[in-house]
Design a protein. Structure first.
Length: 571
């Protein structure tokens, strides 16, 4: 039986050009070799599975190659390259610092450095997982790393650069490896699949790439696993079932149900997700990612930020047209709060269900049609035109009418529309929309400026404070606030501190509409006065003299005692 070689080893890059997703590293190293500006020590750092050790091996082979190509790549034909390919090179040493991390191991390495290379030009030492060296081993390695022989080159690789002492970092050229993008991993997987005569769906390869989280080695391991499961044909359905990944179509279906406010089907779909064994924590995080992707698709310039397959990207574009930006932002906020609270709640399923119900409630809001409902207006061109209130009562005095000719209604972009929602975490109802659609269409404005008294204002404020829709905290803030009439147009609210002012400002529009409607005065505005700022701040005594002065003001006898004992201040 033929020995099986995993794809991560079988298709390991052997030249700089075949390294995936690290172009900024490979170009720099090739130019350094071409210009003969090689450093004495290199530090390759980055996440796992992104090519640190691979690049170290390629660099070691390239600088010792006797016949470099025009593209600064090893020839794989000379004696040095052949010895490297068969792991028989005496000039390239690879050391695992995880198992050789003592001072004695470093002392043995330093003794080897003193021996010059045979035949080739450089003697290269690759130390993997260098952060595992002990502090004593690092200190023993310092002098050799700072002033090595001209033929010695050190290549250090690590995933945790912060654990390396600064004196080592200052002696190395540091190369930061990036996470490999989903598209680059998917393209490399497609290349491997073609070499292995395996048919793989594009969506399936993208799921594998997303599961790898930027590590190409992990992606190749998952690819081998799927090849064993599916044979010569890897499908999207096989991948999500084998890797226990929630199908992205479930999120699309769930958002459609949320937009329709279909609570029953939303809960049924959530139950199906639980029955399939999916983790609820991963589900709510995936829901947040889905809302984020929909928000990204609202602008054509940001569509490129999606790391999904072309088919899924088109689905995101289509669904994003039916979702308002404020709904998506609220959905992301709900998912983030659920992610934070998930580990601290007892009934986690109830938390997820509550989040979905809150999302459904976002689509159950319809703004009121008029600020002043059931008001009929008579066009001024008719004879004996009069403006009559709903109760056929005359308008207050000084009522004026400003009527402009009707204008063509402008079409509004749905994607740019904004609807104000109250917080989902208190009992407050949605704030009323201040736009009077009927008055806007007819371009009619009614100005009411009836006079009112301080008693009327206080009574209305008490009524508004006791409305049942307020949360207990907000109600306490309202009751502690004292309104005052400044003039016919302005009301001053005396609040205790800036936090109270912020809470009232968040509900200012609702308060203003309530007062304007009940006082028959829609020109009044709200001003704030923070009582805390008006309190004179007393300066606390700091020095010895200040403390003595403060004490003597309270008890003058202290001065006599000081003079009698002939005391002085000790500085």
């Amino acid at each position: 039986m033929e020995n099986f070689i995993v794809s991560a080893r079988k298709y390991r890059p052997v030249t700089f050009d075949t390294v995936v997703g690290q172009n900024h590293i490979t170009v720099t190293l090739k130019n350094a070799i071409k210009n003969k500006q090689l450093a004495q020590a290199f530090l390759f750092t980055g996440p796992r599975g992104v090519g640190k050790t691979t690049c170290a091996r390629i660099l070691a082979q390239t600088i010792n190659c006797e016949n470099l190509t025009e593209n600064i790549e090893p020839c794989n034909k000379c004696a040095s390259c052949k010895a490297f390919d068969t792991s028989a090179s005496f000039n390239i040493h690879e050391l695992d610092a995880a198992s050789n991390n003592s001072v004695d191991d470093i002392r043995a390495l330093v003794d080897q450095v003193r021996i010059p290379p045979q035949v080739v030009k450089y003697k290269v030492y690759i130390i993997d997982e260098v952060h595992m060296l002990s502090s004593q081993a690092f200190n023993a390695f310092l002098k050799t790393l700072e002033e090595p022989p001209h033929y010695a080159k050190f290549i250090l690789a690590t995933t945790e650069k912060h654990k390396i002492i600064p004196t080592i970092l200052s002696r190395c050229q540091i190369f930061d490896f990036n996470r490999i993008t989903v598209d680059d991993i998917a393209k490399h997987l497609a290349f491997v699949a073609s070499k292995e005569n395996i048919t793989a769906e594009t969506d399936a390869l993208h799921v594998i790439a997303q599961k790898a989280d930027g590590a190409l080695r992990d992606a190749l391991s998952i690819f081998d696993q799927m090849a064993s499961f599916s044979g010569n044909k890897i499908t999207y359905q096989d991948v999500i079932e084998n890797l226990n990944v929630l199908d992205v179509n479930v999120y699309f279906e769930l958002v459609d149900l949320i937009m329709k406010n279909n609570i029953a089907q939303v809960l049924i779909l959530l139950n199906e997700i639980y029955e399939k064994g999916h983790d609820a924590h991963h589900f709510i995080n995936g829901m947040g990612d889905h809302f984020r992707n929909l928000l990204v698709c609202k602008d054509p310039e940001t569509v490129a930020l999606l790391e999904v397959s072309p088919n899924v990207k088109e689905k995101y574009k289509k669904q994003s047209q039916n979702c308002k930006a404020d709904l998506l932002l609220k959905g992301i906020e709900i998912c983030c709060k659920a992610d934070v609270n998930y580990k601290n709640v007892g009934n986690r399923r109830l938390l997820i269900e509550l989040c979905l119900l809150q999302m459904c409630s976002l689509c159950n809001y319809t703004p009121p049609q008029n600020v002043y409902p059931q008001q009929n207006y008579v066009h001024p061109k008719t004879e004996d035109s009069k403006i009559i209130s709903p109760k056929t009562e005359p308008l207050p005095k000084k009522a004026t009418i400003d009527i402009d000719p009707p204008k063509k209604e402008e079409k509004k972009d749905i994607s740019k529309g904004s609807v104000s929602f109250s917080s989902l975490y208190d009992d407050a109802d949605p704030k009323p929309d201040v736009v009077n659609e009927q008055a806007t269409q007819q371009q009619q404005k009614i100005i009411l400026d009836a006079d009112f008294s301080e008693e009327q204002l206080s009574e209305l404020w008490q009524q508004y404070s006791n409305i049942g829709k307020h949360s207990p905290n907000f109600k306490a803030i309202l009751l502690s606030t004292k309104p005052e009439k400044k003039d016919l147009k302005n009301i001053v609210l005396n609040v205790g501190n800036p936090l109270h002012e912020t809470e009232i400002r968040n509900n200012q529009q609702d308060i203003l509409l309530f007062l304007q409607e009940n006082l028959k005065n829609n020109i009044i505005q709200i001003q704030f006065n923070i009582l805390q700022d008006n309190i004179e701040k007393t300066v606390k005594p700091f020095t010895v003299k200040d403390k003595f002065k403060s004490m003597s003001e309270k008890n003058p006898e202290i001065i006599k005692l000081k003079n009698k004992l002939e005391l002085d201040f000790d500085y």
